[in-house]
Design a protein around this ligand. Structure first.
Ligand SMILES: [Zn+2]
Length: 423
């Protein structure tokens, strides 16, 4: 019947219109939320896109609508993303230890290459002033954070070299315990040699980061490493992509005591968008399949090595994605609950965004498919009664405050001629 057909056509058109409108003018984002969102300098402290730059030759200027990645210049623009800390992550499972530094340099280079290809829309940034300059010029500020202290190969000279190349934070450990910092990822593995938190060298690394002006990041670390870091650091710290353990019992999430310690330290916890850390059901489902998923990855790595080939991160990611896609994505509410909890326990000045984009395969909450969807977070915070000022703090203001304070402490330490005690 024509009437029905017209109705079908109309609903098809509506569906198409809403697909086209995602991010930019999504009907789920009000004009008020959009205006608040657009008035903020939005800072995301963790995206794994450099793996794509290096292994896939991914171009951040990519405009392919079928690309499943979370970050591109178009997506960043649609979501008003102002600054991204690109994660320099060396997979200790696929890269041999004597190549950690080399791979770190390759990843750093890949970020510079992207900025060089798109000087009109993206710029390297090394300071708060750079981020503000990029914002004025409507360019994406590209910063870098090293994820995992194993990248310094136990050499403080390498740490300084990374700072000089522009790295502005370092996560003390990834999921692997290194020679000077325990990780939450293997803390219960009796085969791993642990140190009861940070070693003396680990504490020197923290102090040297303070002196250099490199933000100390405690995402991934074991609880004792966190407490040792809090007791050692002279500057505020961050948890670049961590959520709340009171809501989701993952060992790399932060307890309420840790959140309160972050308040005292003046730092910021940037909430991770990974559903495994934000949704208890998702976490349990992913734990249930962890053994099988891990052995699928291990089988691939073993097979490559046996054939004399280097395993690639991209293939590992593809295998992991196959597993994560078996678990239903939770609603956006799960992520917002974590922001809300941290704002209540630590205070609204101590919470931010650390998406883990391009590092969590298909495992973001429903509605968050890329950086273009960031306005939906502003809408959700507005719906929960957050003021415009508080929303701007969460979106980036808090992270900028910590960065500024880290710069100030560094200048102060350098002005009194404090040289590193580690040669
Ligand atoms: Zn991570």
């Amino acid at each position: 019947m024509p009437r029905n057909r017209a109705c079908c056509l109309l609903s098809l058109l509506l569906v198409l219109a809403s697909v086209v409108a995602v991010g930019q003018n999504s009907p789920s984002v009000s004009a008020r939320a959009r205006a608040i969102h657009d008035s903020a300098i939005i800072v995301d402290t963790h995206a794994d896109t450099p793996q794509r730059f290096l292994d896939e030759n991914f171009d951040i200027g990519n405009t392919d609508p079928k690309d499943v990645g979370h970050i591109s210049l178009d997506k960043a623009r649609a979501g008003n993303l102002g600054a991204e800390f690109f994660s320099i992550w060396v997979d200790p499972g696929t890269v041999p230890p004597d190549h950690f530094a080399r791979h770190t340099f390759d990843l750093i280079d890949s970020v510079y290459q992207q900025a060089a290809h798109h000087p009109d829309r993206m710029m390297m940034a090394f300071s708060v002033a750079d981020i503000e300059r990029a914002h004025k010029q409507k360019k994406l500020a590209a910063l870098m954070g090293i994820e995992g202290g194993h990248s310094i190969e136990n050499d403080i000279h390498l740490l300084r070299a990374y700072y000089r190349l522009g790295v502005r934070y370092m996560t003390l450990s990834w999921s692997n315990t290194n020679e000077w910092a325990d990780s939450s990822g293997d803390i219960n593995d009796p085969k791993v040699q642990h140190h009861d938190g940070l070693t003396d060298f680990g504490k020197q690394v923290v102090l040297e980061m303070n002196r250099l002006g490199m933000i100390v990041d405690i995402s991934h670390v074991a609880d004792k490493t966190f407490w040792d870091t809090i007791a050692t650091t002279k500057a505020p710290i961050i948890a670049s992509h961590s959520s709340a353990r009171a809501l989701t019992d993952a060992p790399r999430n932060m307890t309420d005591d840790m959140l309160r310690a972050m308040t005292k330290n003046g730092g910021v916890v940037q909430v991770n968008f990974f559903s495994g850390f934000d949704d208890e059901n998702y976490w349990k489902a992913s734990q249930a399949q962890a053994k099988e998923a891990d052995s699928a990855v291990k089988a691939y790595i073993d097979q490559q090595r046996a054939a004399g080939r280097q395993p690639t991160y991209i293939e590992v990611d593809r295998i992991e994605r196959e597993w994560t896609e078996k678990i239903p994505r939770p609603p956006l509410k799960s992520l917002i609950d974590h922001i809300d909890h941290i704002a209540k326990v630590a205070g609204v000045d101590h919470v931010g965004l650390g998406s883990d984009f391009d590092g969590v395969s298909g495992a973001t909450p429903q509605g968050i498919d890329s950086a273009a969807d960031l306005p939906k977070i502003t809408q959700a915070l507005l719906d929960r009664g957050y003021s415009a000022d508080d929303i701007r703090k969460i979106l980036g203001g808090n992270t900028l405050r910590v960065f500024r304070e880290v710069e100030r402490v560094s200048h102060e330490l350098q002005a009194v001629g404090s040289a590193s005690s580690v040669q």
